[in-house]
Write a protein that binds this ligand. Structure first.
Ligand code: XMP
Length: 520
């Protein structure tokens, strides 16, 4: 657990799909919070964490069922404000002497409207200005009797106890989800809650930068740190922050596997060399990677070869750095949140993701992970704080295995060249039309088929390619981007005219699921 440098709010997760949104809303209010699954929250944990306030998330279980999730009873003795949301409300009522009943006609899913009670409370400042408030409900069970000490401050047609509070103990409980977009005034409710709890809003990127620099210095001492730099936002921000903290003790290794986009290696290496004066090894290992990939067309085999080689190559270069004891990684908070699993079963591997996992143990290195507490948009804010150019901060994600997984079938240098050129034209088009920032990720995949065309008076027999562009919030689900026909037509024409080797352009309109974002 990280040390309490700032006021901390604890979110106890009961397995809601939207628990992360609670954290997002609070972070936007400059409040530091952590999500922990209910199984891990014991009385000792509470004492150690020492929260200034606690939020109980929603969840899929029914408090009526035996063995359903509970927080430790000691949470109610901490003397700090508690906010229960949906399942969190029900668990609070059940544990404090109220009663929860099964749905039977009172289930509510979707939009609902809450009417205020006569008495107003600070939690609802800025609410009900225009009468009712729209909220988002998603519950089967409902509270039938509130616990002693509680009063009702808002009702909806199917939730007579939509907003309840015990003002003396500062316990608040709502049946709806204030964290979702469909509760438009939800952020105000969180704002009021943290204000009441006495948070000073000390969670800012400027403060974080200073604290992290101190922490990194304390952790690393006079030892050496190595960092695998990919040019992506996370590893770039991690490297710059560590460089600020320990300067010359950091060496970055940029592995060029020959599967990067047009001019990418030059851009990444140039940006770091010109702006940051940090020690950077540019390891051009494209011959090695492309050699081992020769003749390989199975997607998982490609991924395994690239992942394995990457580790070997990184290790080879890292071994040249005397006294390296630490490995820097751009791990983010969503990667470390332990999710609540009710089924307990392992999930299916769709793709073996490429990362440097396994390296630290293999090389006996300790980890420096200065972004472990941050969400992606906070990493971007930190990047801006550190002066990283806007063009780097807003870049679309690029997968570790690079163009290999955008080249279904066998990978050849010729195909990679054609793919790079087509991709550059496509991205140029997207930028020219001002669409880059509206799109989560856009790229070209070169297809393993040649098709017949006619150009001028001659026959062509060239590759077909697919354009891909998706919108997404986290890469877990995605939808295709609705380009206009004009844009698609113009882009196809440009690619065919400007890129030798392609004579047919298609647009991939598959969402995820059932597709994935990348082709392999
Ligand atoms: P898929 O294709 O699984 O991709 O829908 C989801 C997101 O993950 C990226 N991706 C990867 N990123 N190493 C990475 O660092 C990988 O091996 C990898 N495979 C896919 C993909 O670009 C998308 O943003």
């Amino acid at each position: 657990m990280s040390t309490p440098d700032h006021d901390r709010l604890l979110i106890i997760d009961f397995g809601s799909q939207v628990t992360q949104l609670i954290a997002r809303r609070l972070r936007e209010l400059n409040v530091y919070c952590e999500i922990h699954p209910f199984q891990n929250v014991t009385a000792e944990f509470l004492a150690e964490f020492s929260p200034k306030a606690v939020i109980f998330s929603g969840g899929p279980a029914s408090v009526i069922d035996e063995g359903s999730p509970r927080p430790p009873a000691e949470v109610f003795d901490l003397g700090v404000p508690i906010l229960g949301i949906c399942y969190g409300q029900q668990v609070m009522m059940q544990m404090l002497g109220g009663q929860v009943k099964r749905g039977e006609g009172t289930a509510e899913f979707g939009r609902a409207y809450v009417t205020p009670a006569d008495k107003r409370i600070d939690l609802l400042n800025g609410w009900f200005i225009e009468g009712q408030e729209q909220v988002w409900m998603s519950h089967g069970d409902h509270v039938a009797k509130i616990a002693p000490g509680f009063e009702v401050y808002g009702t909806s047609p199917n939730a007579p106890f939509a907003i309840t509070a015990d003002l003396e103990r500062r316990f608040f409980a709502v049946q709806f989800h204030p964290e979702v977009h469909h509760t438009p005034n939800g952020k105000t409710l969180y704002e009021n809650f943290v204000k009441m709890a006495g948070f000073s809003g000390d969670w800012t990127m400027g403060a974080y930068r200073e604290q992290m620099i101190e922490k990194i210095r304390a952790q690393v001492g006079d030892k050496q740190v190595i960092c695998a730099l990919s040019g992506g936002v996370d590893s770039s921000v991690a490297a710059i922050l560590i460089h600020e903290a320990v300067g010359e003790q950091l060496t970055c290794v940029f592995v060029d596997h020959g599967l990067l986009r047009k001019n990418e290696a030059e851009e990444v290496v140039g940006m770091f060399r010109e702006n940051y004066n940090l020690k950077l090894i540019h390891a051009d290992e494209s011959d090695l990677f492309l050699g081992k990939l020769d003749g390989v067309s199975d997607p998982e085999t490609k991924r395994k070869i690239i992942g394995g080689l990457f580790i070997d190559v990184f290790q080879k270069h890292a071994d040249t750095i005397e006294g390296a004891e630490f490995l820097a990684q751009g791990t983010l908070y969503p990667d470390v949140i332990e999710s609540v699993s009710f089924s307990g079963g392992p999930s299916v591997t769709i793709k073996s993701h490429h990362n440097v996992g396994g390296l630290p143990e293999k090389m006996g290195l300790k980890l420096v992970e200065p972004l472990r507490e941050l969400f992606k948009d906070e990493v971007r804010a930190l990047g801006r704080e550190l002066g990283l150019p806007a063009s780097f901060i807003g870049r679309h994600p690029f997968p570790g295995p690079g163009l290999a997984i955008r080249c279904p079938g066998e990978i050849t240098r010729e195909k990679l060249h054609i793919l790079r050129e087509a991709d550059a034209v496509y991205i140029d088009q997207i930028r020219k039309h001002g669409l880059y920032d509206d799109i989560w990720q856009a790229f070209v995949a070169i297809l393993p088929v040649r098709t017949v065309g006619v150009m001028g008076d001659g026959r062509t027999y060239d590759y077909a390619c697919a354009l891909r562009a998706v919108t997404s919030v986290d890469g877990m689900t995605a939808d295709y981007y609705p380009f206009t026909h004009e844009f698609l037509g113009e882009t196809a024409t440009r690619i065919i005219n400007e890129v030798r080797g392609i004579n047919r352009v298609t647009y991939d309109i598959t969402s995820k699921p059932p597709g994935t974002i990348e082709w392999e």
